[in-house]
Design a protein around this ligand. Structure first.
Ligand SMILES: [Cu+2]
Length: 149
């Protein structure tokens, strides 16, 4: 009965191969996926009637500001002060934004960032984004420090 013996041998081999494949699949499925990223804020500044609204904005470290030009004339959002050419555009610099175009910048550093419009540096200047430190996570008990007067 030589033929029967050979068949049995093949069967054992096939079962072994299937088991190895399943083990590989299980390992693959066991891999943890990427951790979900924390969503930082997106805050809009409207450019309207030759002004930034609001022209002073306070955000949290890691937030992104989006400037949207609603005027029919072009504007920019350009960091710095037009009186100090050395600092112009050092932090962020949009292109000339046509109507309904927008520009975004993420603020990863704390501080006060002055900006202006390069097209209208006399009318549109000294706007600012104030970036505050992100609060520490999972710390404290949410104590509300309400002080009087
Ligand atoms: Cu402008």
């Amino acid at each position: 009965m030589r033929i029967l013996s050979e068949t049995r041998h093949k069967k054992v081999f096939l079962i072994a191969v299937s088991f190895i494949s399943l083990a590989g699949l299980a390992l693959h499925l066991g891999c943890p996926g990427p951790a979900p990223e924390q969503q930082a804020g997106l805050i809009d500044v409207l450019i309207r009637n030759f002004g930034f609204e609001p022209d002073s904005l306070t955000i949290t470290q890691g937030d992104t500001v989006r400037w949207i030009n609603l005027d029919i004339v072009p504007h920019t959002a350009t960091s710095g002060n037009p009186d100090n050419p050395g600092n112009i555009g050092n932090v962020f610099q949009s292109v000339w934004l046509a109507q309904n175009e927008s520009f975004t910048h993420q603020f990863n550093d704390t501080g006060t960032f002055i900006y202006f419009c390069e097209v209208h540096p006399v009318m549109m200047r000294d706007a600012r984004v104030i970036v505050e430190e992100a609060p520490a996570e999972g710390e404290g008990d949410g104590e509300a420090g309400e002080g009087g007067g």
